[in-house]
Design a protein around this ligand. Structure first.
Ligand code: AMP
Length: 143
């Protein structure tokens, strides 16, 4: 099957253009990190490059090289902020692999021993809770 082209009407492109809100955590010239609205665990966040690609399969390797250090930075901060035992980093490519938003993104999910993950794209979190969790991660980023 031939892969589809990048479509900049996706929800993360709209977040990048400021057309819809997000709980932002970190931004630089190339990258944005924000809270996932349907967290699989407290502190679930997403890291996206600003340059559009559908997923990892069509991404520019230079973009990947700039994005992964930010994934690391946010993973360290989220682990600290939620006093987690580990951090799950995930990335899905195409619907068959579970991808639902077609702008490359990395999931960063703090994990605690014995606490199961909630379902992927499950329940929308309360906005105030996401805001409070974002503040915790931003405080850890500032350390
Ligand atoms: P994936 O299945 O890897 O494409 O994951 C897409 C993720 O985006 C899911 O975890 C959703 O909960 C999340 N998501 C969808 N819409 C938004 C949004 N407007 N803001 C933040 N996260 C979102």
């Amino acid at each position: 099957m031939v892969a589809s082209a990048y479509d900049d009407n996706n929800i993360f492109a709209k977040i990048l253009r400021g057309e819809i809100p997000s709980h932002k955590l970190y931004e630089d010239e190339h990258t944005l990190a924000f809270m996932d609205v349907m967290p699989q665990a407290p502190g679930h966040l997403l890291v996206i490059p600003k340059v559009g690609s559908r997923n990892l399969l069509d991404a520019d390797p230079d973009v990947l090289a700039r994005t992964i250090p930010v994934v690391q930075k946010l993973a360290v901060a989220a682990k600290e902020a939620f006093d987690a035992d580990g951090v799950f980093v995930a990335q899905f490519n195409e619907p068959a692999a579970g991808q639902t938003v077609f702008h490359l993104h990395f999931h960063v999910i703090p994990r605690k021993e014995g606490e199961p993950l909630k379902p992927h794209s499950g329940v929308m979190a309360d906005g105030e809770v996401l805001k409070a969790h974002a503040e915790k991660i931003k405080a850890a980023l500032a350390l």
